[in-house]
Design a binder for this molecule. Structure first.
Ligand code: MSK
Length: 665
């Protein structure tokens, strides 16, 4: 495992057509982007930082520790394994904290909505009742807002809970729950696990790497089965559970004759309010007054994913495109909330009419404008922000929107819609998916999640996905990885014939689904936990996630959140492969992460930089599970005959397939 890779991506290695086109324009040539900064820095990564052996948790150091060299342990005596485990656990805690603070905002917004104090409404009553049952809330004869209020308050209590276990753990399979109990990693309260991780990794506290990693496991579960899952479910109840819909992605979604407002970050409360405000008569009158044809809202990163999944609002760009979106000169305002916004944004627009508008007191930026988003007056806040953006329209100077550079996508695959799509109206379930895995038409499931960055060519995700599809592995994607795949045309039903192996292509054709299913934003990785659990509960593929022919990857992880996600998947029994991990400075920790964890949780981490080799490792892991399940037998025929087609057609004869054509493009 190499993790000190020198920077390799430059402007010459960009493969995204819209980015190449834009960077060839005069107006974009002067803009300094991350591609330039990565070249200019010209120094290779610090080996101690890359390997996780730089200890700076006290002021006796910083200590650069070398494994096995007595003179190079920490001044306090800390070994490489201890330092690496502490640093890794702190990454997990930071990622969990980010998801948690986001989730807390969503739960608080949910409570305000239940009280009727926001313009939003409780939309998915079925999911509200499902969640009420999990939280043992009476629903008979009660108004939906009353139930929602009790649910919101009970959910909020899980953050500060000190004893017991998180309620949502009950959604895991019985075997999974038993493993967590036996290992002593059931999270007690969401905030408590983050705080305890920070305490235990403070100087002079937990000094045994295995014990530190046990807490890292518990902390990550507080993220995946706690805050992220609460955020996803309550957001669905409030704004609607995603269903398949058509949408567009790439820089070409910006419109020359409209006020372009991009929303960037993670929290859908603001973006949903902006969507509502964009239809307000007062705002439309302002738009008319400046001579624009309308307001064009477009997403970036995971705020983009949230409104893409629920409203079909187009995506202008993912994490690596955020500077490009602004370099077009066509954006009146980029409205940001929290997480993954680069500090360079305000510099990219320095000589342009564009304003970067920060909206959350937690996340301010030099040279940006701050307009606080007030939840108590969310529509008013959203209208003020839009009015400001509209005011910039007439100031727009030279701009360039890459033309003919948008890609169609079918998005909106919540685990409920996968259930419905595959099972149809007569038998909503994961049974057809399990059956197709058992009979070998689908080899298994690959989750492609997480971020992007500039160290690798920007077709990295595409290469991983194509190798998986060719080998009949169905791909579920979230976050910026999903956007990268949408930008390469893998999210249309037609892509199946071009990229999939024969049997997966046929399943996609019969169901009418794309071979890569967009499952949502970063916090929506919790949807994948539920989807995997549903597959287990459906039967025939083992008793917990660790037995499923499934494997995950975040091949271009950038954020600490991605590490927290990887850790909660591994602790939940799913094998996960990243391009590198900051643990190589300790042999003990490397052995534990890449092997030892499997003995405890049924899964471990893996590492691979090369995208095709990474996909092949995932396929090997999936094949290994198929062997263990005894379903890897050679079949005489695995493709559909007419009878099987009729059977699946009957199952999908509801509105699932036609519904893919709808959406608010
Ligand atoms: S936005 S955490 S770059 S996926 Fe969720 Fe994208 Fe990674 Fe941020």
């Amino acid at each position: 495992m190499r993790n000190s890779k020198s920077r390799c991506n430059s402007r010459n290695e960009i493969t995204t057509a819209s980015t190449i086109d834009l960077l060839n324009q005069d107006l974009a040539k002067q803009v300094r982007t991350a591609y330039d900064r990565i070249e200019d820095r010209g120094v290779s990564a610090c080996l101690f930082g890359s390997g996780g052996t730089c200890c700076r948790i006290c002021n006796m150091g910083p200590c650069q520790v070398i494994d096995g060299v007595e003179q190079m342990i920490g001044i306090c005596g800390a070994t490489a394994a201890t330092v690496v485990a502490r640093n890794f656990a702190r990454i997990v805690a930071a990622g969990t904290a980010a998801h948690t603070d986001h989730a807390r905002e969503m739960v608080m917004g949910f409570i305000e909505t239940a009280k009727g104090k926001t313009p939003h409404k409780i939309q998915d009553v079925e999911k509200l009742h499902m969640m009420a049952e999990i939280f043992e809330i009476e629903i008979e004869g009660r108004d939906k807002n009353e139930i929602a209020l009790e649910l919101g308050e009970k959910a909020l209590a899980e953050f500060g809970q000190q004893k017991g276990t998180l309620t949502m753990l009950k959604r895991a399979s019985a075997k999974q729950q038993a493993i967590w109990k036996e290992k002593g990693v059931e999270p007690r309260g969401i905030d408590r696990e983050v705080v305890e991780t920070m305490h235990r990794t403070h100087m002079g506290v937990d000094q045994e790497y295995h014990n530190i990693m046990k807490q890292a496991a518990r902390c990550s579960l507080a993220d995946g089965w706690g805050s992220s899952m609460l955020s996803t479910e309550l957001t669905d109840i409030m704004f609607g559970t995603p269903v398949p819909k058509r949408a567009l992605i790439d820089l070409g979604v910006l419109k020359a004759d409209q006020v372009n407002v991009t929303v960037h970050g993670h929290e859908p409360l603001l973006a949903e309010s902006l969507c509502m405000a964009a239809e307000d008569p007062e705002i439309l009158a302002l738009v008319k007054k400046v001579g624009a044809k309308g307001i064009n809202l477009a997403g970036v990163c995971c705020t983009g994913n949230e409104i893409l999944m629920r409203r079909g609002i187009p995506v202008a760009g993912s994490f690596i495109n955020q500077e490009m979106v602004l370099a077009t000169g066509a954006v009146e305002a980029m409205v940001v909330d929290v997480q993954c916004t680069m500090q360079s944004l305000a510099q990219v627009v320095k000589n342009k009419h564009t304003d970067i508008i920060t909206t959350n007191y937690r996340a301010k930026m030099p040279d940006a404008i701050h307009m606080q988003f007030e939840e108590s007056d969310s529509l008013g806040s959203a209208k003020s922000i839009l009015a400001h953006a509209i005011g910039n329209y007439k100031k727009r100077g030279a701009y360039y929107i890459p033309k003919d550079k948008t890609f169609d996508m079918v998005v909106g695959f919540s685990h409920e819609s996968i259930n419905y799509m595959l099972g149809g109206s007569f038998r909503e379930s994961y049974r057809p998916l399990n059956d197709n895995i058992i009979n070998g038409r689908i080899k298994g499931v690959g989750a492609l999640v997480g971020c992007e960055h500039y160290k690798y060519s920007d077709d990295h995700h595409f290469k991983v996905a194509v190798e998986l599809l060719k080998n009949n592995v169905l791909v579920l994607a979230t976050g910026c990885a999903a956007q990268a795949l949408g930008r390469r045309g893998l999210m249309t039903p037609e892509a199946a014939a071009e990229y999939c192996g024969e049997s997966l292509a046929e399943v996609c054709e019969v169901v009418g689904m794309p071979p890569v299913l967009h499952v949502g934003s970063c916090v929506d990785n919790s949807r994948l936990l539920i989807a995997l659990t549903e597959m287990v509960k459906q039967g025939g593929l083992g008793d917990d996630i660790s037995e499923l022919p499934a494997c995950g990857t975040a091949p271009l992880w950038m954020s600490e959140k991605a590490v927290a996600i990887g850790q909660y998947f591994v602790t939940s029994g799913a094998h996960v492969i990243f391009q590198n991990l900051p643990v190589t400075g300790s042999k003990e920790m490397t052995d534990f992460m890449l092997g030892g964890m499997k003995e405890e949780y049924g899964a471990c981490w893996g590492c691979e930089e090369d995208p095709v080799k990474l996909a092949q490792k995932m396929i090997k892991a999936i094949d290994g599970k198929r062997d263990e399940l005894g379903i890897n037998k050679k079949k005489d025929r695995v493709l559909f005959d007419m009878e099987m087609r009729r059977d699946l057609d009957a199952g999908t004869s509801g509105q699932s397939v036609p519904s893919m054509g709808c959406g608010n493009k």
